[in-house]
Design a protein around this ligand. Sequence first.
Ligand SMILES: NC(=O)c1ccc[n+]([C@@H]2O[C@H](COP(=O)([O-])OP(=O)(O)OC[C@H]3O[C@@H](n4cnc5c(N)ncnc54)[C@H](OP(=O)(O)O)[C@@H]3O)[C@@H](O)[C@H]2O)c1
Length: 434
Amino acid sequence: MTIGIGLLGLGTVGAGVAAILSSPEGRHPLVGQLALRRVAVRDLSRPRPVDLAPEVLTTNPEAVVDDPAVDIVVEVMGGLEPARSLILRAIAAGKSVVTANKAVIARYGEEIAAAAAARGVYVLIEAAVGGGIPIIEPLKQSLGGNRLQRVSGIINGTTNYILSRMAEEGAAYDAVLADAQRLGYAEADPAADVQGGDAADKIAILTGLAYGGSVPRASIPTEGIDRLDSRDVAYAAQLGFVVKLLAVAQHLGTADDGTELLDVRVHPTLLPRQHPLAGVHGVNNAILVEGDPVGQVMFYGPGAGAGPTASAVVADILNIAGIRQVGGAPGQLDPLLAAGSWRLCRLVDGSRTRHRNYVRLQTRDQAGVIGRIGTCFGDAGVSLQSIVQFEGQNGAAEIVAITHEVLEQHFRTALDAIEALAEVEAVAACLRTL
Ligand SMILES: NC(=O)c1ccc[n+]([C@@H]2O[C@H](COP(=O)([O-])OP(=O)(O)OC[C@H]3O[C@@H](n4cnc5c(N)ncnc54)[C@H](OP(=O)(O)O)[C@@H]3O)[C@@H](O)[C@H]2O)c1
C-alpha cells in the first residue's frame, strides 16, 4: 500500500526529506512505500537540489493539505503562521502530521495535541528538538517506566559553536558570532539562538514530554550568551569549568493538589570539566536524562542540518506509516506515540529554587575586601566553595566566588549587601554553576 506524503516546505529540511524519499534503496522497506505527492514552496522559480515533476510543486500550501492523494502532511516551512493553521487544517481533515517546527509546538502544542486527539490522528515532532538525535521518542516510549528527576541539554548548536570557540581561542563573543555568520553556522538575525529563545522552545517541549504536562513557554526564565564576557569563560576554565548554554527541566516535588513542581530555565552555565555535557563541542547537541531507576542516559549527535533533521522527520513518517499498514482501528491512537498530557505541572517561583552560582566582582584592590565579601555571603546563609582574586586593571581587582548550592533568595540578599560595600565597584557577572 502506497502512502502519500505532502511536504510543506522544500528548504534545508524539506529537501533532505525529499532526498531520502526519492532514494529508498538500502533503507527500511517501508520507505519504498512512501510517495511524495505534493510540495509547497514560496518561489517556484528557485532551483531545487531534488528532481521533482513540475506538477508536484505549488505555491499554495492549503492545496497540499487538502489533496486527497496526501495521507501524511509534513510541515517543514517554519514560522508560526501559516504553519500552525496548516497543521490544524490537516488534523481537521483527518491527516496525521509530522513537523520540525519547535516554535509552533512550544507555543501551540496543547491546542494541536487536543485537536489531534479529538480527531484520532498523530502529530509527531522528533525533529523539533535535537535535529538528528532521537530524544522525543525515547522520552515518550523508551524511558516511560522512569520517574525523571532532570532533563538537561545543550540544544542549540549555534551557541555551542560560539562558546566552544570562545573557550578554545579566548576570542570575544562579537568576533566569533561574526565569524559564525560568515560560515553559515549563525543566521543573519541570530537573536533566537544567542538570546536563548530557541533553546527555551525546545526545553518547553522536552518538559511536556518528560513530566506529562505543559508549562507556559513565556514563563521559562531565559538568558542567552549575548552578554557573556570572554573573561568569565577564561576564569571558569582556570577554575576547572566549561561554560555552556544549558536548558534544564528539573522536578522539585509534588504539591498537595498533585501538581508537579518544576524548575525550567535556560542560561549560560559553568559545568565541571568532567561533567558528561562538558565535552560536547561545536554545533553538536546533547541531552542528559536522569531518572529512577535508569540513572543517567545521554543522547548526543548533530542537532541540525538537512540530513540529520530529515532522518528524524522520516522516522516519524515511518511510525505513522507502520501503524497505517497494520490497519490500526480508525481514531484509536497508541497512547505512547500520541503522548498527551496526563497531569498538571507548574513552574516554581525562581526565588525558591536552589543553585550553585558563579559571581565576578570588580573591587578596589584593598586589604580585607575578600573578608568583607565573605561575611556578606555568610550573613545571608550562602556558603562558598571557593573565592579567588584575579589581577584587574588600573589598581582594580576582580574577585570570583563560587557558591555551594543555595536558595536563590539568599544569594540575592548576599549580592545586595555586597553591592553596598564601598570597596565593590560592580557585580560584573553572575552565572549558574552545575
Ligand atoms: N535547518 C535545520 O537544521 C533545522 C533543524 C531542526 C528543525 N528545523 C525546523 O524545520 C523547519 C524548516 O527549517 P528549514 O531550515 O528547512 O527552513 P528553510 O530552509 O527556510 O525552508 C523553508 C521552506 O518553506 C517554504 N515556505 C516558507 N513559507 C512558505 C509559505 N508561506 N508557503 C509555501 N512555502 C513556504 C520555503 O519556500 P522557498 O524555498 O520557495 O523559499 C522553503 O522551501 C523550521 O521550523 C525549523 O525550525 C530546522
